[in-house]
Design a protein around this ligand. Structure first.
Ligand SMILES: C[S@@+](CC[C@H](N)C(=O)[O-])C[C@H]1O[C@@H](n2cnc3c(N)ncnc32)[C@H](O)[C@@H]1O
Length: 176
């Protein structure tokens, strides 16, 4: 079981629990493992094939993986300090249920960082623009996050992810 020994919400706390939901090949967990060498890492994905690739990826020896749907996470309540979900929420059969599950497994004060594609974009370069220039947040991700009981702390539109689409990144916190 993942559980922080520090105060909830601090990803620099020594043994913070970090979960990637819809982790795919686990690339983000490798990066998080480098950034937080003491963190306990977990990844879940509905695809056993993806998990097989994640488990054997270079630098992935620290993470534990489980074949599971976001809508039914195999973890106890309030055990993670940081949860990430990148380019995955839109694929979940029941995104509201998945976000409710994420909220359930987050410790008080924990942070969710979710990124999702909004729409195809014609841009030719990868640019991240300041929030104040953008027309508004995702029409779907933000309400789903709010409905799960988490409080959005930051919304960053991202223009032209990998040259093919616009996206939004939402950071939300569970009430301490
Ligand atoms: C586009 S990939 C993104 C993978 C990774 N997060 C990334 O950013 O590279 C979407 C992933 O979500 C997974 N997925 C789809 N539905 C899911 C669900 N209900 N629960 C968990 N994972 C799911 C897919 O198997 C796939 O690996």
């Amino acid at each position: 079981m993942m559980r922080s020994c520090g105060t909830g919400g601090s990803t620099s706390s020594i043994r913070a629990g970090v979960l990637d939901v819809g982790c795919g090949t686990g690339r983000l967990l490798v990066r998080l493992g480098s950034a937080y060498p003491q963190a306990r890492l977990a990844g879940v994905d509905a695809s056993p094939r993806m998990l097989g690739r994640a488990a054997t990826a270079r630098g992935q020896h620290r993470a534990r993986f489980a074949a599971a749907a976001a809508e039914r996470l195999p973890f106890a309540d309030a055990v993670f300090d940081l949860v990430v979900a990148t380019l995955s929420v839109s694929q979940w059969g029941d995104a509201a249920a998945g976000l409710a599950e994420i909220s359930r497994v987050m410790a008080p004060g924990a942070t969710l960082v979710a990124a999702e594609v909004l729409r195809p974009g014609p841009s030719r370069s990868l640019t991240v623009r300041p929030r104040h220039r953008e027309p508004g947040p995702s029409p779907t991700l933000l309400p789903l996050v709010a409905a799960s009981g988490l409080r959005a702390r930051r919304v960053d539109p991202i223009r032209s992810v990998a040259l093919i689409a616009d996206a939004v990144l939402v950071a939300a916190r569970k009430q301490p």
